[in-house]
Design a protein around this ligand. Structure first.
Ligand code: NDP
Ligand code: N5H
Length: 257
């Protein structure tokens, strides 16, 4: 067994720009020799994704538009991927969304629409994508998603996204059971706060980071490449006995009371 992912193909969903956690994962997989397939939702991010992928030396990446709120878009994307490359060995789901005005204030005011939107994009999409990807993972494989501590505990302002992450965390376990018989493993990384486009303008990020620098066991914030390397582990054979797991990559913050 070695750490190389040469000859393997992975789908990375959710690169918006160079700060995206998905981009950290893409770089780790690329460095391990994997071939990459990128999906993006918004047309406006296509150029950004293509430009980033161009910077990966020797990478022959493929690109598809996929909106996870649309079943047809998901089906078409994976059918197209099957036509173009045949087999895939894994997938990184790095997608979440909630209405900005519900990521602050009192959770009690969460609207039905806001609740459903957050759950649709941030939780259900994992199941929809896993189902579409399964036929392409004929040699077995790994699925990794991204979650946050706010799904386990109440974190100020995370609100409806916390409830959606709790649902995502449970989906990881049920999907691990469904797909284990096909040698497909399903795991999540619970990342510490990283300043990405999604994180922009929500909550008081500076004070959240300061708290981590003061109280997390490692006394430093989580970086994109730390999450990327753990995703690489979870998508490689080194984690072949691990499924239905949620690994915290958060400087150890989750153990602090
Ligand atoms: P980014 O803003 O970089 O990525 C979020 C991605 O979600 C974007 O690429 C966006 O694509 C995609 N997305 C939103 N709606 C849809 C949709 N309908 N269909 C397909 N894609 C969609 O932020 P992050 O890298 O921070 O977020 C990635 C994941 O990491 C999320 O699940 C987030 O909850 C999680 N996470 C982040 C933490 C952090 O501190 N940053 C901490 C813990 C977890 P587009 O822009 O094209 O719509
Ligand atoms: C406790 C916190 C801080 C407060 C809550 C933040 C929640 C963030 C998650 C969601 C995904 C952010 C979100 O949906 C933003 C959108 O409303 C507006 N932004 C966009 O539409 C941009 C353009 C696109 C690219 O974003 C998306 N998502 O499509 C949590 C933080 C400490 C940690 C954190 C930031 C967690 C997390 O889950 O991301």
């Amino acid at each position: 067994m070695n750490f190389s992912l040469e000859g393997r193909t992975y789908v990375v969903m959710g690169v918006a720009n160079k700060r995206s956690i998905a981009w950290g994962i893409a770089q780790s997989l690329h460095n391990a020799g994997a071939r990459l397939i990128f999906t993006y939702a918004a047309e406006r991010f296509e150029k950004s994704v293509r430009d980033l992928a161009d910077s990966l030396e020797g990478q022959d990446a493929l690109f598809y538009q996929c909106d996870v709120t649309d079943d047809e878009s998901i089906t078409e994307t994976f059918q197209q991927i099957q036509n173009d490359v045949g087999t895939i060995h894994g997938l990184a789901h790095c997608i979440a969304f909630a209405n900005k005005d519900e990521l602050k204030g009192d959770f009690l005011n969460t609207s039905r629409d806001g609740f459903l939107t957050a759950h649709n994009i941030s939780s259900y999409s994992l199941t929809a994508v896993a189902r579409a990807a399964q036929p392409l993972m004929s040699e077995g494989g790994g699925i990794v998603t991204l979650t946050y501590l706010g799904g386990e505990r109440v974190v100020p302002n995370y609100n409806v996204m916390g409830v959606a992450k709790a649902s995502l965390d449970a989906s990881v376990k049920y999907l691990a059971e469904s797909l284990g018989q096909h040698s497909i493993r399903v795991n999540a990384i619970s990342a510490g706060p990283i300043r990405t486009l999604s994180a922009k303008g929500v909550g008081d990020f500076n004070s959240i980071l300061k708290d981590i620098e003061e109280r997390a066991p490692l006394r430093r914030p989580t970086t994109q490449d730390e999450v990327g390397d753990t995703a690489y582990f979870l998508l490689s054979d080194f984690s072949r006995g691990v499924t239905g797991e949620i690994i915290h990559v958060d400087s150890g913050f989750h153990i602090i009371g």
